[in-house]
Design a protein around this ligand. Sequence first.
Ligand code: SAH
Length: 340
Amino acid sequence: MNIYAYTLKELEEYLVNNGFKKYNATQIIEWIYEHKVYDFNKMTNLSKKLIEFCNENLYFEDLSILKVETSKLANKYLLGLKDNNKIECVLMNHDYGYSLCVSSQVGCNMGCSFCESGRLKKVRDLSLEELVGQVIAVSRYEGVRIDSIVVMGIGEPFDNFENIKRFISLVTNNKMLNIGQRHLTVSTCGLVPKIYEFADLETGVNLAISLHAPNNEIRDKIMKINHAYKIEKVMKALDYYIAKTNRRVTIEYIMLAGINDTDECAYELANLIKGKLMYVNLIPYNETSNFTMKRSNDFKIKSFYDILKSNNINVTIRKEMGGNLSAACGQLRANEEGEK
Ligand code: SAH
């Protein structure tokens, strides 16, 4: 088994079940994550017997990087999985450090009408080693420490909830990737039951929600998930999350010309979230050749922003990092798969 397929607790259990000590897991983990030693023979404080056992049963394997697109502030990577599926992730160079946007599934079944990732249906969930593998592969390739992670790549993380929970545990464990809970953000299109479960984990991990519309009429048209969970249900779940964690929720709102960018929409959105511990991130839509939807022009975005601001809503306009990259979520993979 790939060593990156284990959380600390799981490795402890595995070693104990095979006659070793619980603390052996911590020793191994420290070698790997702290000392960057990827050879069991060089782990000098392990017994001969344990080294032999590890060599026989465990290995180190990175995801392969198939393609890199670079720009000034962000690099995009196409990664190959063992079964020849492909995923992508994006490294962003912020003034506060490196942030990596990771994928959670191969493809996506949520079927949002503007999104490239969903054009290719879900093939399967990513395993823990593939979730963590993205962080490890990019960080090694670039020789940088990744300071924060957003789960906003291809896929719906809450549709792969068990592995996302294990990913959170591995990423935030101070003996493992050691990324603070507050530096990890999970974004969902609004799988309501999972929002409650996520709240009940009581971690400090951030939650972002792809709202993209202030009412059911518009949201129904652009996001299939809204047929299952209406905005009122999403809001109630977010209220629960906030009450439980006291963490601010990010509302993601893509600006789509003529669809959700009118002044009325801005007023309606302001009313919907007024007084709640939430902030709005307005996202200029990345147009792709496969959809006819257009990005709102800068004046519209500014006017939307101003209305929210004047209604005392915390709001930012997402800084565009991608430039020349096939920046739309899933676009690089979709293009590659399309070439076949
Ligand atoms: N399934 C999760 C996470 C992946 S999508 C979710 O829905 O939140 C990450 C974000 O990118 C979502 O807000 C999604 O709506 C947005 N997105 C998708 N396609 C986009 C595009 N072409 N331009 C800008 N944002 C896009």
